[in-house]
Design a binder for this molecule. Structure first.
Ligand code: IMP
Ligand code: MG
Length: 185
């Protein structure tokens, strides 16, 4: 069966991280978070839209009374290059004061988005603030980002799937694929 038939979305490129690898990694991250936050009820803050699928699976791997909120930021527009500009498109609904906040990100590339969000959330006086990123692109960050939980370190190639898009497409893929703009899509 072609990927086109599988996804209705064309074939964006080869698989980099399979659904099984994602599941195993997320089970492991969930266990670590469960152990680290015993007796507490962390507030998971998902960064839309890219983190929605990761957040849903990660939450099901955590055996604690977690709560959820989401914010949406815009840093890329619809292209594959960063503009360096981060804009809050949707803010949180909940108060972070005194909460154990876990910021859930799809991918850390330059780290600009994360740096901005971390400062923004820290200013709201959470008790603790940690980051859980599914993907970190190797060698692209200018400073140490102090990431408590990381799923996979990936090579420079742009990736899609499992929440990540290019021009809003491919988010529903159950795995992560390398994006090839001149592929057969
Ligand atoms: P940063 O600010 O450069 O770290 O970029 C982070 C944001 O850019 C992520 O939250 C994604 O929305 C987007 N992004 C970066 N790399 C990719 C990619 O390979 N595929 C899809 N989105 C990406
Ligand atoms: Mg995006």
């Amino acid at each position: 069966m072609s990927s086109e038939a599988e996804t209705g979305n064309g074939d964006p490129g080869p698989i980099l991280i399979s659904d099984d690898e994602l599941a195993a990694c997320i089970t492991e991250l969930g266990s670590r978070i469960t152990a680290d936050y015993q007796g507490r009820a962390p507030l998971m803050v998902g960064v839309l839209k890219g983190a929605f699928m990761f957040m849903a699976d990660l939450a099901r791997a955590i055996e604690l009374p977690v709560e959820f909120d989401f914010m949406a930021v815009s840093s890329y527009g619809s292209s594959t290059r960063t503009s360096g500009v981060v804009r809050i498109v949707k803010d949180l609904d909940l108060d972070l004061a005194g909460r154990d906040v876990i910021l859930v990100e799809d991918i850390i590339d330059s780290g600009l988005t994360l740096n901005y969000l971390r400062k923004n959330l820290a200013a709201r006086n959470p008790a603790t603030l940690e980051v859980c990123a599914l993907l970190v692109r190797k060698g692209r960050q200018y400073e140490d980002l102090d990431l408590r939980y990381v799923g996979f370190e990936i090579p420079p190639d742009f990736v899609v799937g499992y929440g990540l898009d290019v021009g809003e497409r491919y988010r529903q893929l159950p795995h992560i694929r390398q994006y090839q703009p001149n592929g057969n899509s």
